[in-house]
Ligand binder design. Structure first.
Ligand code: IDP
Ligand code: MG
Length: 140
C-alpha cells in the first residue's frame, strides 16, 4: 500500500441538501484525510473542460449543465491507496447499483445526481488535482 492523493468533488445535489459534513465523515471514517478543500461554483465551460474525456457521451451536455448548476466542494483526499479506497466508499456510478453503505447508495439521487466524483486512476488524480488546486493549497 502506498500513500496517494485523489481528487474528490461533492456535487451540486449534495451541497443543495446540506450533507457535505455527512459525506466528509465517510472519508474520515475510511482513513482518508481531507488535505485541501474549497466550496466553489464553476461555469459550464469549466465543467466541459474538467469532463472533456466524456465529450462524446450522450450525457455530456447534461452533466456539464448540472455540475455548473450550483456550489460544489472540491477536495484532495490523502491516504493509503486513496484512489481505489475512495472509489470503493463512493460506490458504483448509479446509486441504484451501488453497494449498501456506500456514499452513492446512501446519498445519491440518480445516475447523474450521484453526490460525489472521485478520480479513477493515480494519473488522472494528478491532472484533476492540478485543475483545481495549486501546491500551496495542499496541507497534509
Ligand atoms: P464515475 O463518476 O463513477 O467515474 P463516469 O462514467 O466517469 O462515472 O461518469 C461521470 C459522471 O457522469 C457520473 O458520475 C455521473 O454524474 C454522470 N453519468 C455517468 N453515466 C451517466 C448516464 O448514463 N446518464 C447520466 N449521467 C451519467
Ligand atoms: Mg469517472
Amino acid at each position: 500500500m502506498s500513500e496517494q492523493k485523489t481528487l474528490s468533488i461533492i456535487k451540486p445535489d449534495a451541497t443543495a441538501r446540506n450533507i457535505t459534513g455527512s459525506i466528509n465523515a465517510r472519508f474520515e471514517q475510511a482513513g482518508l484525510r481531507i488535505i485541501a478543500q474549497k466550496r466553489i461554483s464553476i461555469s459550464k465551460e469549466q465543467a466541459e473542460k474538467f469532463y472533456e474525456i466524456h465529450q462524446d457521451k450522450a450525457f455530456y451536455d447534461s452533466l456539464c449543465e448540472y455540475m455548473s448548476s450550483g456550489p460544489i466542494v472540491v477536495q484532495v483526499l490523502l491516504g493509503n491507496d486513496a484512489v481505489a479506497k475512495n472509489r470503493e466508499i463512493m460506490g458504483a456510478t448509479n446509486p441504484a447499483n451501488a453497494a449498501i453503505g456506500t456514499i452513492r447508495r446512501d446519498f445519491g439521487e440518480s445516475i447523474e445526481h450521484n453526490a460525489v466524483h472521485g478520480s479513477d486512476s493515480e494519473e488522472n488524480a494528478a491532472t484533476e488535482i492540478a485543475f483545481f488546486f495549486s501546491g500551496i493549497e495542499l496541507v497534509g
